[in-house]
Design a protein around this ligand. Sequence first.
Ligand code: PMP
Length: 357
Amino acid sequence: MERVYNFSAGPAIMPVSVLKTIQKDLLSYQGSGMSVMELSHRSSLFQSIMNDAESLLRELMTIPSNYKVLFLQGGASLQFIMLPMNLGKTKVAYVNTGSWSEKAIEEAQKVDGLTVEVIASSKENNFIENPEIPLVSKEYDYVHITTNNTIEGTAFLNIPANGEVSLVADMSSNILSSSYEVSDFGLIYAGAQKNIGPAGMTVVIVREDLIGLKENLPAMLDYKIQADSGSMYNTPPTFAIYAAKLMFEWLKELGGVAEIEKINREKAAMLYAAIDSSTLFYSPVSKNSRSLTNIPFVTGNAELDKLFIKQAESQGMINLKGHRSVGGMRASLYNAFPKEGVNKLVALMKEFETKVE
Ligand code: PMP
């Protein structure tokens, strides 16, 4: 079976070695005679998958001991509301850097009695360049940022010191692909389906003092209940957690986040170099805000974009179509995306460009 170069923004490409382990384990996990999917979440076999997944993630991200790690469901989208329900007491601040930030803001606005202020935005700029993250006074319960804007292709790769107010980050599309200092944040959340594994699991990393600030929340939406029950208040997404554990092992073997960041920088540099030296393709994003994981590029001509995407498909490079709100192309180069795929894309860009001229 031929594998393709899958440039999807998520669910995204996974390493073949991880998929093979899943295949090997499928009918009988560790001699149990059962698939991981059939294991009770209360069994010792599953409990050790859960423990390993958590300790591997702690190791990979150097998560300090005063942070809890939760494996929840509902995607990053559920965190858009769960976060303000748990941490928003009176007033919260958001930095608006794209469609996902906007969704996070809209959801926070639904929390009764909570004032939501957008303290910086790149909307007027069509989201092509990230604004500075302003320092704010203590009256805010948190400042929310999106570290990587999956659709627009921008990222905050350096996080400025943020004073006394906790920084909260949606890290869905660059968790584990760039190094961040967890202690710079009060809370980090991320959907799994990009760098962590299959869809179905959401990682929440939260500083202990931010847990249990509000009472009488619905149980499933209460960080305290989820933390106190070890993410097992109800049946957790067992298969997704198992797959995430394998992904964490794969990343650890590769040398961890610092090592994959180096590789990700090389992959991104190859593609940006091709875009910047092209007479046809260009990047809509300002150089100082460019993402390493989601790289949009366009010709400026919708018909040519379409033709390019079609030719790429015929060569086994799929899911290059840009998000419908942006158009053009977008190459998502998450951790598992191989360098050879970037080489192949760059070669096609060069060939296409000469034919068009
Ligand atoms: N935030 C960002 C930055 C995303 O890229 C996505 C998904 N593409 C989401 C939130 C929503 O994630 P989910 O589909 O897991 O709810």
